[in-house]
Each structure stands twice: as structure tokens, then as C-alpha cells.
Design a protein around this ligand. Structure first.
Ligand code: 5GP
Ligand code: MN
Length: 338
């Protein structure tokens, strides 16, 4: 790929010694993979780099190379703010709006260093000195690989960095099933295979290493599944009390929404998850197959956004109230839900 900004990025990197790398809140495989891959590159360049995550990453990602070096803003806000204040360059990875990093955005806004955005979501905000925004690319990790090649740094990509990149490509493409997957995606995967990544082990660590509570939460969600045949839509919900009773752990709900799409004929699916830490808040995930744009639906109705086939949003109130609103909205979209 050709990037207009690549020379500017090269210069900024050459002139920096202390780099901060920030994934979005509740970092997923792509946010963590891209952030840690980039850290691996800076290690090789003998530059100091700090991955600062707004909050804790799920424990089941603790095997990712460099994972133990992540700093968490929610744990050490003062230390993280100080690092950000002193750094020369900030990378924001896998998001395009500073509201996606919560309180950490205050430190970023106060910083005088230049910001580089590397992301694949739609509608990027204008906060960065250099914006690498490519919504047609399936994962930030795939985009990061392209940027590393353009910087002529691909010779630095070792087994650990390849593992990080593969993780994000795997998780953000639903294991290479989504329409964003291209021949280029597979070409890049073949390059990562040349670094002897253990793709089988990576898959098993992500998808076949569930805790009992994760399967219990899945059972709870599947029990709640409701099929709205008229709209080719399915929804599920998880209530705060049920999650607490079952011994819910952070990360247990990730990916459950996708089960809704496995029902024959379904093109749109939502899961409503009551926030266990805040009494009146619901996190919603949307998924679709085909043309129905979840991100627009989420943006207009649930204060959210994301990609066309995978988006998220928020609701103030109970899951029952959120579902009521959701069901009421569907007739407006009936023609698009086919
Ligand atoms: P998930 O359902 O897995 O949490 O998120 C699916 C996609 O939607 C991700 O790409 C994520 O970045 C985006 N997303 C999730 N929640 C929100 C939100 O509240 N606001 C915005 N703008 N995007 C979201
Ligand atoms: Mn992503």
C-alpha cells in the first residue's frame, strides 16, 4: 500500500525516543495485538515505548508477547499521565475518537506531543497530526503491517511481533470469515507464517481456553435468545444480578453476540449487557450479515458506532427498557432487514 503521510511518519519516529501507544478502553485482540506489535518494533529500534491502556485487559490475553509490560491508567493514573506528559510521540490504535479512551483523553489532550492515529473504524475525528484511517481494512493489525512495510521496517518483524499481528487479524475477521478479508489479508498471513507463528496455539488460546464462568455466561445469554422472525432479528440479554450470581469475570461476554447470527435466516443481532459496575447502564453489541449497517443503527439510536457489520452502543436504564426501545425501532428498518 502507498501512504501519503509515510515520510512524515518516518521523520516523527526518527526524532522520537519516548513513545506512548494507546489502545481503546476494554481492549480486544486487535487493539492489544496492534499496540504490542508496535511496541515490539520500537524495542527493536531501541526506543523507549509504553503501552498505556485505559483499563484492564481480560486475563485470557495474558499470553500475548509483551503483555506484562502494559500499564493501566485506571490503576496508576498519575504515573501514566506523567509518562504521557514526558513523551515525544503518541500512537492511538484501533479507535478514532478520544472519547473511546475515557479519562485518559484528558492527559492526551494536555500533552504537547504529536499524535498518530492508526485505525480502521469509520468517521475518524480530527485529533491527530497524522491520520491513518482505512475502514475497508479488516483489522488495525493488518493496517499496521502495511505501515511497517511502507516504513521499510518489515525486516524487524520477528516471531513475537508476528504473533501480535496475527492475533488482531484473527479476532477482528471472525477467524478470516468476514467480507473485509482479502487476498492481501492472506498474503500478510503467509508472511507471518514465515516467522513460524504457532497459529494453532494462538487460536486455541483465544477460543478454546474458556473459564467455566464464560460458558455459564454463554448459557445464560443463549437462554435469553429471542427470535423476532418478522425482522430476521435476534436479541439476547444479560442482567446484572444474573451475571453476579454466576461469578461473571471481565471478558466473559466477548463474542457471545455472534451466536445470534448462526440462527438460519437471521441478519441482525443484538446483545444487551447490564454493566455490573454501574447501576443504570447497558452496553449493547450489534452484529449483522450483509448490507444492514449496524454502526448507523447504533449511532442514531444508542449513542455508539463501529463497523457496518459489527458495532456497539450504550443505554442509560435497564436492559428491559433498552430492549423495549430496540423492538420499537425495528419496524422503521424492516425493508433493510432482509
Ligand atoms: P463490540 O460489540 O465487540 O464491543 O464492538 C464492536 C465494534 O463496535 C468495535 O469495532 C468497537 O470499536 C465498536 N464499538 C463498540 N462500542 C462502541 C461505542 O460505544 N461507541 C463507538 N463509537 N463504537 C463502539
Ligand atoms: Mn479493530
Amino acid at each position: 500500500m502507498k501512504f501519503e503521510n509515510i515520510q512524515k511518519l518516518k521523520d516523527l519516529i526518527n526524532n522520537s525516543n519516548n513513545v506512548v501507544i494507546i489502545p481503546h478502553t476494554n481492549p480486544d485482540g486487535d487493539a492489544l495485538g496492534s499496540s504490542l506489535a508496535l511496541k515490539g518494533i520500537f524495542n527493536k529500534l531501541n526506543k523507549n515505548s509504553f503501552v498505556i491502556s485505559p483499563n484492564k485487559a481480560p486475563d485470557f490475553y495474558n499470553w500475548i508477547p509483551y503483555f506484562n509490560e502494559i500499564k493501566y491508567f485506571e490503576d496508576k493514573p498519575d504515573e501514566c499521565s506523567e509518562i504521557i506528559k514526558e513523551c515525544d510521540l503518541i500512537f492511538t490504535l484501533d479507535f478514532n475518537d478520544l472519547s473511546r479512551i475515557g479519562e485518559l483523553s484528558t492527559s492526551v489532550n494536555l500533552s504537547k506531543s504529536k499524535i498518530i492515529m492508526i485505525d480502521h473504524h469509520q468517521n475518524p475525528k480530527n485529533y491527530a497530526e497524522l491520520t491513518f484511517s482505512f475502514p475497508e481494512i479488516g483489522s488495525t493489525c493488518e493496517l499496521l503491517y502495511e505501515i511497517i512495510v511502507s516504513l521499510d521496517l518489515d525486516k524487524l518483524i520477528n516471531n513475537n511481533i508476528s504473533t501480535c499481528i496475527y492475533l488482531g487479524m484473527l479476532t477482528d475477521t471472525g477467524s478470516f470469515q468476514y467480507s473485509s478479508v482479502s487476498s492481501r489479508t492472506h498474503f500478510i498471513v503467509s508472511k507471518l507464517f514465515e516467522k513460524n507463528i504457532n497459529h494453532n496455539e494462538i487460536y486455541n488460546k483465544v477460543y478454546n481456553d474458556s473459564s467455566k464462568s464464560r460458558l455459564d455466561v454463554l448459557g445464560l445469554a443463549l437462554n435469553s435468545l429471542t427470535h423476532l422472525k418478522e425482522f430476521n432479528t435476534v436479541y439476547m440479554f444479560l442482567k446484572r444480578d444474573d451475571l453476579e450470581n454466576i461469578g461473571y469475570q471481565k471478558g466473559d461476554t466477548e463474542g457471545i453476540v455472534n451466536y445470534g447470527l448462526s440462527l438460519k435466516g437471521v441478519v441482525f443481532c443484538a446483545i444487551f449487557i447490564e454493566d455490573v459496575n454501574s447501576k443504570n447502564s447497558v452496553k449493547i453489541s450489534f452484529r449483522s450479515i450483509g448490507d444492514f449497517a449496524c454502526n448507523k443503527f447504533a449511532e442514531i439510536n444508542f449513542n455508539g458506532g463501529g463497523h457496518s457489520n459489527a458495532a456497539g452502543g450504550k443505554f442509560e436504564g435497564t436492559s428491559n427498557e433498552a430492549i423495549k426501545k430496540f423492538i420499537k425501532l425495528l419496524p422503521n428498518f424492516k425493508n433493510n432487514l432482509k
